[in-house]
Design a protein around this ligand. Structure first.
Ligand code: SF4
Ligand code: SF4
Length: 342
């Protein structure tokens, strides 16, 4: 795949041309924070952002969607989103979270609803220029991304280096000049810096060791101790780029003949998440739910996707948690301190 270079002025023209023909969703300022929103002008794009309020998962797995409509005892129709769109400004850790979700949503039961949106998307990722207050992507080895995007942009001062990751990306960059050796060297320097500096919280072990650590931590006192101040609000789930749990519900319309099946985000920290028929609830204690989230990130999901840790170090949960207990690094480091690296 080719690696190109374009000036910032040319990049602005590239974005304007994209807006003229595609539905472009780009990172923009929202007060003193940043988030994804439909992009109407290149000048509104903020690739110097620190972190977006919401991760990009909602563009592939919306907070609520209709999966199908049905007639009782009759036919059903699957509902799919057909619109193509461009997602502009995805940071490497969020791209890696999308790559993980792609793997998960194609496993077992291939999820046509997620995958249709994913295949309809063009993702233009960009390397981090401004570290956020709580990022720890360096610790999680997610500060730099090598796959999943259609184009990866790196700000090297007056220019952007733009690398195509797919044929879609190649087509977008057609006609742009090849990057020279100096530009590639500058990009390498950005990557080398980010691999170390996106680390406001430092994990005290190699991230790949975490599943083994959790093998020895199930009955540790830390779960009860920390979960005492948990509100079970689910904010840590909601802002997490790798949390993808959902609930599915069928509703019958007033005509009592037709209905629809919807799915909506759910969260393992919410009371009732594990409630089943007969009012049985498998994790009705806060400590059990608190433990489950951190086991899911570093043990259960890695077991499904080749050992990849399902925390990409975006730091959003750290900022979203009012009692300040959601930071996975604090808990994992506490376990390392207490249990050692066995
Ligand atoms: S657990 Fe927290 S830091 Fe890790 S990916 Fe989720 S929101 Fe980001
Ligand atoms: S850990 Fe924090 S953000 Fe998560 S449910 Fe508990 S209080 Fe809410």
């Amino acid at each position: 795949m080719s690696v190109k270079k374009l000036t910032k002025d040319d990049f602005a023209k590239f974005v304007e041309a994209l807006i003229a023909k595609e539905n472009v969703i780009g990172v923009q300022a929202k007060g003193d924070r940043f988030d994804y929103a439909p992009l109407e002008a290149a000048a509104d794009l903020r690739l110097d952002y620190d972190v977006t309020l919401q991760p990009p998962k909602k563009f592939f797995l919306p907070p609520r969607e209709t999966l199908m409509t049905f007639e009782i005892g009759g036919a059903y129709t699957s509902e799919h989103d057909d619109e193509t769109f461009v997602l502009l400004g995805v940071h490497p850790y969020d791209m890696i979270a999308i790559n993980q979700m792609d793997e998960l949503f194609q496993q077992d039961n291939y999820d046509t609803h997620y995958m249709k949106r994913r295949n309809n998307a063009t993702i233009i990722a960009c390397d981090v220029m401004t570290p956020s207050a709580n990022v720890f992507a360096s610790s999680m080895k997610t500060a730099v991304v090598k796959s999943g995007y259609d184009v990866l942009l790196t700000d090297i001062g007056d220019d952007y280096v733009a690398e195509a990751g797919t044929e879609k990306g190649e087509a977008l960059l057609a006609g742009v000049a090849e990057a020279d050796a100096a530009a590639l060297e500058s990009r390498q320097a950005v990557w080398a810096k980010n691999e170390k500096s996106l680390n406001k919280h430092e994990l005290e072990c190699d991230a790949h060791y975490l599943p083994k650590l959790l093998d020895r931590a199930y009955d540790h006192a830390v779960w009860e101790e920390i979960a005492k101040t948990c509100f079970s609000c689910g904010s840590c789930n909601q802002v997490c780029p790798t949390c993808y749990c959902f609930n599915v519900q069928d509703d019958v319309n007033w005509d009592l003949k037709t209905g629809q099946r919807d799915r909506a985000w759910d969260g393992c920290l919410l009371d009732g998440f594990t409630k089943v028929a007969g009012d049985h609830e498998f994790r009705n204690q806060r400590a059990d739910r608190f433990r489950h989230r951190l086991y899911r990130k570093a043990k259960y999901v890695p077991a499904k996707i080749g050992g990849q840790i399902a925390c990409v170090g975006c730091g959003r949960c750290v900022g979203a948690c009012l009692p300040d207990i959601a930071n996975p690094i604090s808990v994992y480091n506490r376990l390392i301190d207490d249990l050692g690296i066995g």
